[in-house]
Design a protein around this ligand. Structure first.
Ligand SMILES: Cc1cc2nc3c(=O)[nH]c(=O)nc-3n(C[C@H](O)[C@H](O)[C@H](O)COP(=O)(O)OP(=O)(O)OC[C@H]3O[C@@H](n4cnc5c(N)ncnc54)[C@H](O)[C@@H]3O)c2cc1C
Length: 291
């Protein structure tokens, strides 16, 4: 019982008590790194919305490094064709940022639909990624966008690498290239069973490629890609391209919410819907590159 954890004190039966823990409030990334190096038990806390859920699940951190007082982690910039999101950007800030909306309108729109109001004001993009939960959506959105994650140990990771990399270092920011981005959209109408994110990019030869991720609450997101021979989103064959993407799902895609055939069908339908939306949305601005 959580209420009997050493030192947690006497609490009402309807409440849980936290065991005492060391709290660090660093003010810079350098100080975070120093704390993590000095205290191997220290766990990073951003908005703590996921951490609280973990504590309810039985996790009892002995030391917490709060990121709330760390300078420079909540910036949003869009320069030289790169949208950069600080790891402490909250869901609300990201979804309502004019910079995000101008750089990747579909990302702002998708971001505005995740979680609840309370969580949107506290939960951060960094926490969503670093929680490494299949049911969280930022790995899917940022995966389709081929985002690069800057880690304080000096490495840059793709979102897919988070599932195999158990680093507990600090995620400082997330970079998304917009220079060759033609369109981005996200379909979550079939959540929790299946969601699909699609980013359309222009290659050096001016033809378009479709980068997609398929997610579900129950398993790791899957990356897919289809190269086209066309130069405008309106010329992409939605049905054919969607089936090329869906065919890339692994054979073991089935889970208890649906057979492999059903999941493949859903991915095909959602991808096709997104590609049709892309054709409409880009119809009048094919010649306007993202800055
Ligand atoms: C009721 C509810 C509904 C939700 N609905 C959705 C939904 O619809 N879609 C969705 O995608 N998500 C949803 N979520 C999840 C929510 O988006 C995440 O809880 C939130 O983004 C986590 O951010 P945080 O800042 O609170 O993370 P925290 O709880 O502070 O941290 C989460 C994990 O990440 C680590 N961490 C945090 N920041 C960093 C960093 N900068 N560097 C390294 N490690 C870090 C922490 O150590 C911890 O392990 C929901 C959550 C709740 C409680």
């Amino acid at each position: 019982m959580r209420a009997t954890v050493d030192g947690s004190g006497i609490v009402a039966q309807s409440q849980s008590a936290l065991a005492p823990f060391r709290l660090y409030r660093p003010e810079s990334v350098a100080e975070v790194k120093a704390v993590l190096a000095a205290d191997p038990e220290a766990v990073i806390g951003a908005g703590c919305s996921d951490l609280v859920a973990r504590i309810r699940e039985g996790c009892a951190p002995r030391a917490l490094v709060s990121l709330r007082t760390v300078a420079g982690l909540a910036a949003i910039t869009h320069d030289a064709g790169v949208l950069r999101l600080g790891s402490m950007v909250t869901h609300h800030e990201g979804a309502t940022s004019p910079i995000v909306a101008a750089a990747i309108p579909g990302l702002a729109a998708a971001w505005s639909r995740i979680a609840t109001v309370r969580i949107r004001y506290t939960g951060t993009v960094g926490g969503n990624l670093m929680a490494r939960r299949y049911r969280y959506e930022m790995p899917l959105l940022l995966g389709a966008l081929d985002a690069r994650l800057s880690i304080s140990d000096g490495r840059t990771l793709g979102t897919g690498e988070l599932w195999t990399d158990d680093t507990t270092a600090l995620l400082t920011d997330i970079a998304v290239s917009t220079a060759d981005l033609v369109w981005f959209g996200y379909e979550r109408s079939m959540r929790p069973t299946t969601t699909v994110a699609v980013a359309i990019r222009r290659g050096e030869d001016a033809t378009l490629s479709v980068h997609a991720t398929a997610g579900s609450e129950y398993r790791r997101g899957i990356s897919m890609r289809a190269d086209t021979q066309v130069g405008t989103a309106a010329d992409i064959d939605p049905a054919r391209t969607a089936s090329v993407l869906a065919a890339q799902l692994p054979a073991d895609i089935a889970d208890y919410t649906g057979s492999a055939e059903y999941r493949r069908h859903l991915v095909g339908v959602l991808a096709r819907r997104l590609l049709c939306a892309a054709a409409v949305a880009t119809h009048h601005r094919e010649d306007e590159p993202h800055e």
